[in-house]
Ligand binder design. Structure first.
Ligand SMILES: NC(=O)c1ccc[n+]([C@@H]2O[C@H](COP(=O)([O-])OP(=O)(O)OC[C@H]3O[C@@H](n4cnc5c(N)ncnc54)[C@H](OP(=O)(O)O)[C@@H]3O)[C@@H](O)[C@H]2O)c1
Length: 330
């Protein structure tokens, strides 16, 4: 028996991708074999393939940062999950495949009542927004925040979780995507034409509590300008190159030494703890079950048609999330 995966065979454009076939094998000790039901497409899948993520996977690799699937087989010593369980995990790469083998200890059980396409957006995009809001800055009702990159996968998760936490939000987005910000009660700023520093300083003379930056280090200085005393700039955008990482690190050190009461912090899922992920995924599953959040799914594609989804995400036209699905669920 065989299964297929999407493989980035080398650094490059969409032509670097191929569908490859592998033999199914029994899971190793501690591992589960999972049939993938849903897997999100995110900016890092593309950035890794084109060579813009110096610390993430190098080709050949299977893209795919997260998955939800059904356990098909388990290896020896696996106690946490059983065949037939619906599970999920964060993988960084490897999920854009019909089947994935994964360490059973890193799997979380997913309630059967949840739609897999919606639920899989919680595993990466909502997790990032939730952890930054509730573990990094510990946001409180009435706090004010700027979202840089407000209309994308992580950005729309911030909009919904920020609204739920009672934040006053400003968001940078292209004008065609402003309705989604308005729906969440955020003030939209067209960063192509408007100077966001001026707009925010006019409406918030005392400054904001937080800036959440999913873009590059070029936003650091302007982001710091809109913070009030005690404000925190959280950078979660993946560095595009080793040099941009060094520049960002230098800015972190330099600006954190200034006696202006403002702080810069970094967030990356690779540095966090799987047990905290599980705790936070349970909270997010609960929000979804209760209808407190409603992930925006721009489009779904069959897993093996991932190239179309990557192309769409690269076009910059997507609001919310793209999800690859097992074809029988479409
Ligand atoms: N640290 C972590 O663990 C972690 C995890 C997940 C994601 N991330 C990072 O989060 C970022 C967003 O990922 P994503 O998957 O949510 O991406 P996405 O869905 O493609 O969204 C990115 C959004 O950014 C906006 N944008 C593009 N250029 C911009 C610019 N110059 N200024 C302001 N906004 C701009 C685009 O919308 P408009 O058309 O409205 O401009 C787009 O919707 C990426 O940098 C990724 O590396 C980090």
């Amino acid at each position: 028996m065989k299964y297929k995966s999407i493989v980035a065979t080398r650094l490059g454009g969409l032509d670097a991708l191929q569908i490859m076939e592998n033999d199914l094998r029994p899971p190793s000790p501690g591992e589960a074999r999972i049939r993938v039901l849903a897997t999100p497409v995110c900016q890092d899948d593309i950035a890794m393939r084109v060579g813009n993520r110096p610390f993430l996977a190098k080709p050949p690799f299977v893209p795919g940062y997260a998955f939800i699937g059904v356990v098909e087989a388990i290896g020896e010593e696996v106690e946490d999950v059983a065949v037939g369980d619906r599970v999920a995990s964060l993988t960084q790469y490897g999920s854009h495949a019909e089947v994935i083998y994964w360490n059973a200890k890193e799997l979380v059980h997913v309630p059967e009542s949840l739609d897999p396409a919606e639920a899989v957006t919680l595993i990466l995009n909502y997790l990032v927004a939730y952890q930054i809001l509730h573990r990094v800055v510990c946001a409180r009702e009435g706090d004010k925040a700027l979202l840089i990159g407000a209309s994308g996968g992580v950005g729309t998760a911030f909009l919904q979780l920020g609204k739920l936490a009672g934040l006053k939000m400003y968001g940078l987005a292209s004008p065609s995507k402003h309705p989604i910000l308005t729906e969440a009660g955020a003030v939209s700023i067209d960063y192509h034409r408007q100077d966001f520093v001026r707009v925010i300083r006019q409406s918030e003379p005392d400054g904001l509590n937080y800036v959440f930056n999913g873009m590059g280090e070029e936003y650091v200085e302007r982001g710091l300008k809109v913070l009030g005393r005690g404000g925190v700039f959280v950078h979660y955008g993946g560095p595009q190159s080793f040099w941009s990482f060094l520049l960002l690190a230098a800015k972190f050190i330099g600006y954190n030494l200034l006696p202006n009461g403002k702080k810069i912090k970094g967030y990356g899922t690779h540095r966090e703890d799987v047990n905290q992920f599980k705790e936070d995924w349970m909270a997010l599953f609960n929000f979804l079950e209760e209808g407190e959040i409603r992930p925006i799914i721009a489009q779904k594609f069959p897993i093996l048609e991932a190239v179309q989804a990557y192309e769409l995400l690269e076009s910059g036209q997507v609001t919310g999330n793209l999800v690859l699905m097992a074809p029988e669920l479409l």
